[in-house]
Design a protein around this ligand. Structure first.
Ligand code: OGA
Ligand code: MN
Length: 201
């Protein structure tokens, strides 16, 4: 685990984002997908909004995913494993970059076929507490022809790299500098999207 986290830190130092190809055991990723589907079947997901909680608006022409926030007090065993992983990552990021990260918030996300999320930055205009975005994908057998790539722009804002949302892959990026978008897919696309935060200043 340390080697993949070290490689991620190097990549973040170099270009503000990076990938861990397989951050959790296969069973844990499958467990998260089961947990997601179970909660979705209970009708707990909501159409995602744009903007900070309380001021968020539903704008499906900007983002078309449905989300459900995790409740830290009642985590499933798979959710706990992911939390443990993120805790380790948080410590490593703090040691490498002195970020003062203290909290993690995350939600399940489900993009129905055809849904997308337009190019954006993750940090809110009025708040600078979200420092690192972490996206874990839950899609088995995902091929390029299914679409749904995470498109990550380079600092010139024109060139980009596309990342396939394959099961077990973790993408981490700086929330305030890395422009990105989610392309529409031909299948339902599942993920856990979260943010490591420092205390609001
Ligand atoms: C987001 C986001 C990317 C992805 O939820 O803010 O950009 O690949 N998600 O799901
Ligand atoms: Mn984003």
């Amino acid at each position: 685990m340390q080697a993949t986290i070290d490689a991620l830190l190097d990549s973040i130092a170099e270009k503000d984002w990076g990938i861990v190809e397989t951050c959790l055991p296969h069973e844990a990723v499958q467990g998260l997908k089961q947990d997601l589907l179970h909660k979705q079947a209970q009708g707990l997901f909501k159409q995602a909004g744009v903007g900070k909680a309380g001021e968020a608006q539903v704008l499906t022409q900007i983002r078309g995913d449905e989300t459900l926030w995790w409740d830290e007090k009642v985590l499933t065993s798979s959710e706990q494993l992911y939390h443990d992983y993120i805790n380790t990552l948080q410590t490593a990021l703090n040691q490498a970059f002195f970020l003062g990260l203290r909290e993690f918030e995350c939600h399940y996300a489900c993009y129905p076929a055809g849904a997308f999320y337009q190019k954006h930055l993750d940090s809110f205009r009025k708040s600078n507490s979200r420092l690192i975005s972490c996206i874990l994908y839950l899609n088995e057998d995902w091929q390029a022809e299914h679409g749904g790539q995470l498109r990550i722009y380079k600092p010139d804002n024109e060139a980009f790299e596309d990342v396939l949302p394959t099961a077990g892959k973790l993408v981490c990026m700086r929330s305030d500098t890395v422009w990105h978008e989610v392309l529409p897919a031909t299948r339902t696309r599942y993920s856990v999207t979260g943010w490591l935060r420092r205390q609001e200043i």
